[in-house]
Design a protein around this ligand. Structure first.
Ligand code: GAR
Length: 208
């Protein structure tokens, strides 16, 4: 089967993107290829990583559109131009809207730095730490129209240490997260999947 086409969306350092790039270049059987990288801002390390890898990039900034809906439609158009099988939000710090979900729902994967449904939103690490949670981690899930509420594909657990601050905890979460994302995207691409309600099935019984 041809490699699944991925468009990856980033807003920051792009280490999850890098993990995918590395996995793809190291393993000819990985099953997916990145066809473009998009962002909501420029001058970020994530875009530099894409350029170094020789990939096309695009930037879609909210403030350049008259409305959030217009931005959402433009983002959907930009992504759609690369005909992706899967779209991966790897630290993309924007909530997409109706149009984007209408076109990519069921094939839009996000990674979040907490064990959903705990601590959704933009500060998953900070919120888990402030709550006093003893374990947290990361969740790879399909995106639906809520904030980090879509069907869960896989999760990784990280113990919180007494001495943790947000940066130290986030760094340990990201070590687990990068491996989890590489594993999940590869399995979705190679084995196919199905989504029934909140349950995601990956493997021989799935389909792409
Ligand atoms: C990741 O930890 C990801 O889970 C988080 O941003 C980080 C991006 O790191 N995303 C969110 O918080 C989304 N709500 P990276 O740019 O180094 O891949």
């Amino acid at each position: 089967m041809a490699a699944a086409r991925l468009v990856v969306l980033v807003s920051g350092s792009g280490t999850n993107l890098q993990a995918l790039l590395d996995a793809i270049s190291e393993d000819p059987q990985y099953g997916a290829e990145i066809v473009a990288v998009g962002a909501d801002r420029d001058e970020i390390a994530g875009l530099e990583r894409a350029e170094r890898a020789g990939l096309p990039t695009f930037v879609c900034k909210v403030k350049e559109y008259d409305s959030r809906d217009a931005w959402d439609a433009a983002l959907a158009d930009a992504v759609s131009a690369y005909e992706p099988d899967l779209v991966v939000s790897a630290g993309f710090m924007k909530i997409v809207g109706k149009e984007f979900l209408a076109r990519f729902g069921g094939r839009f994967v996000n990674t979040h730095p907490a064990l959903l449904p705990s601590f959704p939103g933009a500060h998953g690490v900070r919120d888990a730490l402030a709550y006093g949670a003893k374990v947290t981690g990361c969740t790879v899930h399909f995106v639906d129209d809520g904030v980090d509420t879509g069907p869960i594909i896989a999760q990784g657990v990280v113990a919180v240490r007494d001495e943790d601050d947000e940066a130290a905890l986030h760094e340990r979460i990201k070590e687990v997260e990068r491996q989890l994302l590489v594993d999940v995207v590869g399995r979705l691409a190679r084995n196919g999947y199905s989504i029934e309600g909140r349950k995601v099935h990956v493997g021989e019984h799935g389909h792409r």
